[in-house]
Design a protein around this ligand. Sequence first.
Ligand SMILES: O=C(O)CCC(=O)C(=O)O
Ligand SMILES: [Fe+2]
Length: 350
Amino acid sequence: MTTFTEPPLEADRIIPRRSSAATFTRITLPDEVRDALGAQLLDVTEPYADIDFSMARWLQVFAGLPTGTLQQVLDFGRHIDTAGVALVENLPVDPAVPATPVDGGPSRDKSTFVAEGVLLGLSGLLGEPIGVRTEKSGQLVHDVIPVAGGSMTQTNQGSEVFLNFHSDITHDVIGRYDIANPDFLVLSCVRADHEGVAGTYYADARDVSAALAPSALEALRSPLFRLNAPGSYVRDVAAGSEVLSDPVPLISGDAVHPEIVISANGVRALTSGAQAALDQLQSVCREVAHEVFLRPGQALLINNRKGVHARSTFTARYDGRDRWLQRTYVRRNLWDIRYRVTPEDRRVHF
Ligand SMILES: O=C(O)CCC(=O)C(=O)O
Ligand SMILES: [Fe+2]
C-alpha cells in the first residue's frame, strides 16, 4: 500500500496491502511552472460561451509544461501499459474559493476559472471532455459535493457510507453500460473535507486479477453479471427502479491488459458462483488499492477501463466548507459515441 498525502489520524480506513507501484504515477509540477500556469489560467474569463476555443487555449497553456511532465500526462492517456491512476500535484488554485454549494453545485459565486482550467486542461491532454444529460444535467464540469439527502447513497453525493469500488458507467439503450461510458475521469480537489480523511481509492485490474483466486477470476470473466444503471439515472429517469444491462463479464480482454467494469448502484450476479466471485472482487479491490487523500492543488487522473475507484466515508457538515471536487468525463474520441450525441450540443450525450 502506498499513501500519497497526509493520512487521516482516526478514520475507518481501508488498509490496502498489495498494490503495485507500476499501476500508480505521481506527477509533480515545479513551483515556477505552477505559478506561470496559474497566471495564464487567471486570464481565462467565462470559458463556457465558446468551449472549444477555451479547450484550445488551455491546451496551449498546458503545452508549456516541462516536456518530461507533459509526456508523463500524455503517456498516461495514450498507452495501454501505463498506470491506471496518476496523481498530479502542485497545480495552481483560484485566488479565492467561494463557499461549497450545499445543493451539490454548481457554485454561482465562482468568479475565476483556475480550477476549471486545471480540470479541463488536464482533460484535454487525455481526450475530449463530454457531458451526459442524465449526469449533472450534461455539464462538462461536474461538482462532486456531499448532499444531505444523498449522504447514504452509492453516488457521488454520499459521505456516510463507503462508496464501493466501481466504474463510472452510462445507461445506454443498447443494453451495455460499459461502451459509451468515459474512458477517463479527472478528479480535481477544490476543497478537502473538514477532517481531511476522505480517501479516494483505485484498484487496477492487473493487480486485481493477480490477487484473485483463479476460479473467481474465471467467473468474473464470464457473462454472468447484470449492471444496474447509475444512481442518477435510476433516481431521475426510472423512478427508483432497477434498469439492468445485458449480462456481461466484469473482467474482459487479454490477461496482460484486462478491462474491468463494476456498477456502483448494484451488480446482479446470475449464479451463486458468480455472486461469490463478486463478493471476493470487492475485498480484493480493497487489498490492492492505491489510496489518496486529495488536497487543493491536486488532481487524480483515473483510467476508467484499467481499474475501478472508490471513496471512504467522511463527515459532511453542509456548512459551505465541505469537500468539493470537480470532475470531468473524458472520451479519447467522440466518433464512437456519435449515436448518443444530442442535437443541441456535440459534447453532450444522452
Ligand atoms: O469522491 C471521490 O473521491 C470519488 C467519487 C466518485 O466515485 C466519482 O466522482 O466518480
Ligand atoms: Fe465514480
